[in-house]
Structure formats: C-alpha cells, structure tokens
Design a protein around this ligand. Structure first.
Ligand SMILES: [Zn+2]
Length: 291
C-alpha cells in the first residue's frame, strides 16, 4: 500500500514539476519564443519593463555601461518576484554632457524622443499596455517625465509609468565619504560591487578627483545645461574608493523592492488608461466638454 502511494506521490511530483517548468517563463523578451511571448504577456497582465541605461564615463574605475548593467540587474531581480516582460538593453538616452569623454554614445534630441516613442509603440502593439520605464541614469531624469507627459499629445492605447526620485535610500551601513556623491562615488560603486564585482576597479578610484569644482557661481535655483560640466567635468562625483558591498546590497535591495512594489501597483491600476481615453476624447472637442 505504502509503496503504491509512494509511486503515486512521486508521479504527482513529477507531473507538477513538468507543468511548472513549462509555465516558468523567462522575463527577458529576447529569450522567449513567439508562442511563449504570448503567454508571457498574459502572465504579466500586459505589464512590461523598459530598463533605461546609457553609455558614459563613470569615474576612472567603473565601466561605461554601469547604469545599464545596474538597472537591468535591479529590474530582472524584481521581475523574478513580480513577473513582467523585460525589454532588451536600451541605452538611447540624454547624455550630451559626457560627449567629451571616450566611449560616450550620445544620440540627438529628436532621435531620443522618436526612438523611445517608437519603442513603446512597438511594445504596446505586442500587448504591453502598461509600460514601466525603470531609469538607471541620472541624465534621463528630465527626459523620462517629459516623455510621459508627451503621451497626452495624441491618443495611445497604453500607459507609460516610471519611478521618479532618488534610487539610493537613506540609512543602512554607515557611509565613509561625507561629500556629494552623485556619480561613480561611494553609492554607485557600492551598487556595482553587488551587480558586477568583476567590472569594478577599486584600485583606480583615486586616480581622479570626484570633488565638486563649483566653477559657475549662480543661485541654486538658476538652471543651465552646463551645470554638470561646471561641477564635475571628469564625470566623477564622490569617492568610489571607499565603496563596500554591504552598502551596495542595502541600496540594491531597496531598489528591487521599490520596483516590485511599483509593478504590483501598476498591475492593479485600471484607472489610468480609462482616464487617458477620457482625456483624449474630451481633448478632441474642448468646446463641447464644458458648459
Ligand atoms: Zn551611473
């Protein structure tokens, strides 16, 4: 009797395992077959992630693709917890301010916007009706909200979402550096020690200074495009030499958690698209919509 039961149980486990391995889909768009892609869109409830990186200098010690590598690490780990289809490597953002550094790839303003629009249009045509842009690059922080705002220009059958705000959370292991830490400094170097430790050259981090050179004197609320070059002309802000894996793990865990939380909220959101459609309809005939 027991033997029989054991055999039945083993068979059950095997069938369950086989069924599970059939339904376990990669979150990576490029790894799915066409048929699996259809299942993936259903499983993700039409939520697709567009991790947005860049190619630019990161101090003397981090790889050019740091932002792309880190944002993909965070997005793919988040998609393991809350399934979503993740778009392949995307790095066509705003990086004019690093054009004087080797290895920077900087597309024109028009192409940045057109390529992003055509990319999200194509994603939506393939069923991604909720597109979540996860940004890994500080230079995109104006571009992405502007892109999201410009979705109201004309009708789209999908919604663009993104997270706005600081990627590094306060607290956690004590920081060793005390100054400004915007780019390739202690925070970002620590993050990269977690995501791609083999690409971090800590021994080179002191070869250049990441100090604020403050070469333009203007009130804090007066903005110019040259502000970054005025302050950090070597594309280094902070001190990467004191980075630690512990601090990086703290930031990366928080980043992944914030993406997971956003993914769940985006999946549950059935209001934004309705309101968008309502808006498009009313904006076609503004004089009819108000008494
Ligand atoms: Zn970066």
């Amino acid at each position: 009797m027991w033997k029989k039961l054991t055999i039945v149980f083993a068979a059950f486990v095997l069938i369950a395992f086989a069924a599970n391995s059939q339904t376990k889909l990669s979150p990576k768009w490029e790894e799915l077959t066409a048929a699996d892609f259809r299942d993936a869109i259903a499983q993700s409830k039409g939520v697709c992630v567009l991790p947005f990186g860049i190619l630019e200098k990161h101090g003397p010690h981090l790889p050019l693709g740091t932002d792309l590598l880190n944002v993909r690490y965070a997005a793919l780990h988040a998609a393991e917890q809350e399934y979503a289809v993740v778009f392949p490597e995307y790095l066509f953002g705003q990086i004019f301010e690093a054009k004087h550094e080797p290895g920077t790839v900087s597309y024109s303003r028009v192409l940045q916007l057109n390529l992003l629009q055509e990319t999200t249009d194509e994603m939506a045509r393939n069923g991604c009706k909720k597109i979540f842009i996860v940004n890994g690059h500080g230079g995109n922080e104006s571009l992405i909200p502007y892109f999201a705002q410009s979705q109201l220009e004309k009708p789209h059958d999908y919604v663009v979402y993104s997270i706005i705000g600081e990627r590094n959370r306060a607290g956690g292991p004590a920081k060793k550096s005390t100054g400004i830490d915007y780019h390739a400094g202690e925070n970002e170097t620590s993050n990269t020690l977690v995501t791609h430790p083999d690409l971090v050259h800590l021994d080179r981090a002191k070869q250049e200074s990441g100090a604020d050179q403050a070469r333009v004197k203007l009130p804090e609320d007066v903005y110019t495009g040259i502000w970054w070059y005025a302050r950090f002309p070597d594309h280094y802000s902070g001190d990467g030499s004191v980075a630690s894996k512990e601090l990086g793990q703290w930031h990366i865990d928080a980043w992944i958690a914030s993406i997971v939380e956003a993914l769940r909220a985006i999946k549950a959101d059935d209001t934004s698209l309705k309101l968008q459609n309502d808006f498009y309809e009313k904006s076609r005939r503004p004089l009819d919509t108000k008494q």
